[in-house]
Design a protein around this ligand. Structure first.
Ligand SMILES: [Zn+2]
Length: 140
């Protein structure tokens, strides 16, 4: 019994590739056989389902501060309510961005959207169109 010339398994049928009869298995017969030099040694890893990049909102610090002041809480009182170190609140209001887990905690506590999701794929830059001004020749 011949072997499939494409994958080495038991050949079950023959197909014609570029005029030559080749023994192949049914699986390979169903796939369009490629010339050896076109076959890639490694299969590409399937891409992850569209990954989303998470980013803390730009005005995180001021949002937290405004919300705290709105609740009429001192940094200490506020830190007690959200179960964080007072120093964390201080640093955040000074512009420090804490780890996502902490930001998420603030999100839940303040009922505010503090993390944005944006596709990791960068927006394609539009091609700059070149404007060619051809010489205009007037024939009189
Ligand atoms: Zn095969």
């Amino acid at each position: 019994m011949a072997e499939c010339e494409l994958c080495g398994k038991r050949a079950e049928t023959t197909v014609e590739i570029e005029g030559a009869k080749v023994s192949v298995c049914y699986k390979c017969a169903g796939e369009r056989p490629k010339p050896a030099e076109e076959r890639k040694p490694f299969k590409r890893m399937p891409r992850m389902p569209e990954e989303l990049e998470q980013a803390v909102v730009e005005n995180f610090s001021s949002l937290v501060k405004a919300k705290r002041e709105n609740m009429r809480l001192t940094q200490k009182e506020f830190s007690g309510k959200i179960m964080e170190n007072e120093n964390v609140i201080k640093r955040i209001e000074e512009g420090w961005i804490p780890p996502f887990e902490t930001v998420k905690k603030f999100e839940r506590f303040l009922k505010m959207k503090l993390i944005e999701k944006s596709p990791a794929v960068q927006l394609k830059r539009s091609k700059q169109e070149r404007i060619t001004i051809g010489d205009v020749v007037e024939i009189k």
